[in-house]
Design a protein around this ligand. Structure first.
Ligand SMILES: [Fe+2]
Length: 162
């Protein structure tokens, strides 16, 4: 959640958007996942939306709803597109860092991330198609997007412990 939050803040700065709002949306977007991981109505992310509806604005709520493709909610705002684009990629980059000898983001570069995409058994729970789709929807080249997310994660490597 911290990594997604910081990636959101990184892009908010880049796009001249509200950094704090984007950070908070990233931080909270999966808050119901541990208790209600099920996608059916009433589970993730619907529970989070219900809980946050008086606390966040419409744009943030819509972005949280739309980060889960199965909701069918359209990703219209730049914030929604960014959340979708960074979410799966952040998890994947954590996995790439953890298999490095030093278990550190310092050893992760764009090439090492791209190489692992092709290994189906590696971080098998991460949907590669969603990562590619996310970058495309955001209108940023895949390599540039991976680099941006690595940069954002490196800013808080101490907090992440990798
Ligand atoms: Fe999620």
């Amino acid at each position: 959640m911290l990594a997604v939050a910081n990636a959101m803040a990184y892009y908010a700065k880049k796009f001249n958007e509200d950094v704090e709002k984007w950070y908070v949306t990233g931080l909270l977007h999966d808050l119901d996942y541990e208790k209600y991981p099920h996608p059916q109505e009433g589970g993730h992310p619907y529970k989070a939306i219900e809980f946050l509806k008086d606390k966040l604005d419409e744009e943030s709520l819509k972005a949280i709803l739309a980060h889960a493709s199965y909701t069918g909610a359209p990703r219209e705002s730049l914030m929604a597109k960014t959340l979708f684009a960074v979410d799966e990629l952040v998890g994947f980059i954590v996995a790439v860092a953890l298999i490095k000898p030093d278990k550190s983001l310092n050893s992760v570069d764009v090439e090492s991330v791209k190489k692992r995409f092709k290994e189906k058994r590696f971080a098998a729970g991460v949907n590669r198609e969603e990562i590619f789709q996310g970058a495309a929807e955001l209108g940023i080249g895949l390599e540039e997007h991976i680099q941006n997310v690595i940069n954002s994660m490196k800013e808080i490597s101490n907090q992440l412990g990798i």
